[in-house]
Design a protein around this ligand. Structure first.
Ligand code: ATP
Ligand code: MG
Length: 437
């Protein structure tokens, strides 16, 4: 690297544009959401899968399709410096999950329900709700062809919205049909757009023969009318595809899940067939899709596996968290149980030993730390204790510890009550420091 690129030694370095730090207390909200998801996934019998963040580039080119926004312009791709392998930071996780499922023959004894959480990378224009590194949580059910699994996944997402307190999320559904039906629809679509070629923008003209379905997804207002009048995938569904769609709808109806069928809904990746769906909200401006997914019955074989149907969704953690904040559902950070006040450095060995014992039985406690000039005045230590939000101060006074005692002062209930506890029977009184007793 050139000197200019490295910069001078003491110069401040900043994060890459569109890639954000998540700091406390915001990070607590992420952890909270992830914990809710883990509990819910277990209830629905979905198990965690962790795949690498870096995959071989052809996985995405083959998996997502060459003429897609992601593959055409959003991937962080590079060559392995040592052997020149083309590699890519994963822009989404479905392709990697399918790769892993195939590589480890995970479907040999039946279908698998899987979920993941983690960062994805897309070189997009950073804006509200759109970043270059962003977190997704996803659920994938592989080896299941029935519409009841599409329904299960949608019900799982609905349960998650309820669990984290989100109202205001709408469900849109569509069916793209099977390859044969998609082919007929595609021909009709091309014919329609050829007839109105003068109304197509540059993007649409480029995609007319390579990926005409994506034209339906255009956000260009000038093309709305030509898209409105275009043939719809739904009109090309055969009997079996219609039955699949109707079964899904009837299960959702029976479960009181509201939805609208949006005949123009297509998804950004090529791998979808039959069911596609999106959960959207008006509360996030133009980046309103919080969760999206659908069936991808042909991806497993396309990536070298024995043919197996599959369905899944992915949600944008950043957008869901923004919604949670927007609705004032901010999660409370658990306050500390205690703050240890240490008048004399000589007490430190005993203090650390005592705190180890307290933590071992579940008490959260922050220790006051020394500066160059010793532990600091009692006054300044109490100030720190207050600022920490802890509910109790543990005071390791020289006098007390010489008698194997410790003073516990209440900081939060306004009483300021002090009690003396014996260091010999910590396990007996430790639970009284905790909130959930
Ligand atoms: P969009 O139409 O918003 O670009 P997409 O079709 O590219 O979305 P998917 O690839 O299906 O989105 O990803 C699923 C979800 O992940 C999206 O609904 C969104 O919530 C989230 N997501 C996608 N791209 C980003 C991004 N760049 N920054 C933050 N969240 C994102
Ligand atoms: Mg996108």
């Amino acid at each position: 690297m050139s000197e200019k690129e490295i910069g001078t030694k003491s110069e401040k370095l900043t994060a890459v544009k569109g890639m954000n730090d998540v700091l406390p207390p915001d990070s607590a909200a992420v952890e909270w959401l992830e914990n809710r998801v883990r509990i819910l996934m277990a209830r629905y019998a979905y198990r965690n899968i962790r795949t690498p963040i870096v995959e071989r580039t052809p996985l995405f080119v083959r998996g997502l399709g060459e003429v897609t926004d992601i593959v055409e312009k959003e991937m962080y791709s590079f060559e392995d410096r040592l052997n020149g392998d083309p590699l890519t930071l994963r822009p989404e996780a479905t392709a990697g999950v399918v790769r892993a499922v195939v590589e480890h023959s995970m479907l040999y004894d039946g279908g698998k329900r899987l979920y993941y959480m983690g960062p994805m990378f897309r070189h997009e224009r950073p804006q509200r709700g759109r970043y270059r590194q962003f977190d997704q949580i996803g659920a994938e059910a592989l080896g299941f062809g029935g519409a009841e699994v599409d329904a299960e996944l949608i019900l799982l997402a609905v349960a998650l919205w309820k669990d984290v307190g989100l109202t205001d999320v709408r469900l849109e559904l569509n069916s793209l049909g099977q390859p044969q039906e998609r082919l007929l629809h595609r021909q009709a679509l091309i014919a329609h757009f050829e007839l109105h070629a003068d109304m197509l923008d540059e993007d649409a003209r480029r995609r007319l023969y390579s990926n005409p379905l994506r034209i339906l997804d255009t956000k260009n207002p000038a093309m709305q009318s030509v898209v409105e009048s275009a043939p719809r995938p739904l009109d090309y569904l055969g009997e079996a595809s219609l039955a699949h769609f109707n079964t899904l709808k009837s299960i959702l109806d029976a479960n009181g899940v509201a939805y609208t069928v949006n005949p123009r809904l297509v998804r950004g990746m090529d791998y979808y067939n039959l069911t596609v769906f999106e959960f959207t909200t008006d509360r996030l401006g133009s980046q309103g899709t919080v969760c999206a997914g659908g069936r991808y019955d042909y991806l497993v074989e396309q990536l070298g596996g024995k043919p197996a149907p599959a369905v899944g969704w992915a949600l944008g953690v950043d957008r869901v968290l923004e919604l949670i904040k927007e609705q004032g559902l901010g999660t409370v950070v658990e306050p500390l149980d205690a703050y240890a006040i240490v008048p004399d450095v000589l007490a430190l060995p005993l203090v650390l030993q005592t705190l180890q014992s307290l933590r071992a039985v579940g008490v959260s406690v922050q220790m006051h730390t020394s500066s160059g000039e010793g532990m600091g005045s009692m006054k300044s230590q109490f100030k720190r204790a207050d600022a920490s939000g802890a509910r109790h101060a543990l005071i390791f006074g020289a006098d007390e510890i010489s008698r194997n005692l410790l003073t516990v002062k209440s900081l939060r209930d306004g009483s300021g009550a002090q009690v003396t506890k014996s260091l010999a029977d910590i396990a007996d009184w430790a639970p009284t420091l905790q909130s959930r007793t």
